[in-house]
Design a protein around this ligand. Structure first.
Ligand code: RB5
Length: 146
């Protein structure tokens, strides 16, 4: 298991409060939250925030990334354009567990306009508590990279 306890967080303007709540939650769990903002609700562009977070995961500086926008979809698409990133949008805890267990996801995306705050925390917990199962799933994950 990795000893890297750093998790990068980012979002667009649609998810500032939820992102900050998640940052506090994971800090309370013993992770180091690397919250790269933004910190105002001024309208911004989700692709640059998704990419910035993804680069920190792809470089190995952070073990995981948690990113948010209104739906979680746009920022996920941006993150997945960075080589080595496997990011899924989750609106339920089962999917969050499975993207770690079967897909070895290294980033989680959440839609702040889709899920409530309590469910978002459950989703984060499911993601962080799961382990990649490897084996046949490793073979398939290896096939994702171009
Ligand atoms: C911003 O209005 C919204 O489009 C964005 O947060 C996200 O939902 C895009 O995927």
């Amino acid at each position: 298991m990795s000893t890297n306890k750093r998790i990068v967080l980012s979002s667009d303007h649609a998810a500032i409060d939820l992102r900050q709540a998640i940052a506090k939650h994971i800090t309370d769990l013993g992770w180091e939250a690397v919250d790269i903002g933004p910190n105002t609700t001024e309208s911004t562009h989700y692709p640059k925030h998704g990419r910035a977070a993804a680069l920190q995961v792809a470089s190995g500086d952070c073990r995981f990334g948690i990113i948010l926008c209104g739906t979680g979809q746009g920022i996920m698409m941006a993150a997945n354009k960075v080589a080595g990133i496997r990011c899924g949008v989750c609106a339920d805890a089962f999917s969050a567990r499975m993207i770690r267990a079967h897909n070895n996801a290294n980033m989680l995306s959440i839609g702040a306009r889709v899920v409530g705050d309590a469910l978002a925390i459950d989703i984060v917990d499911a993601f962080l508590n799961a382990e990649f199962e490897g084996g046949r799933h490793g073979t398939r994950v290896d096939m994702i990279e171009p």
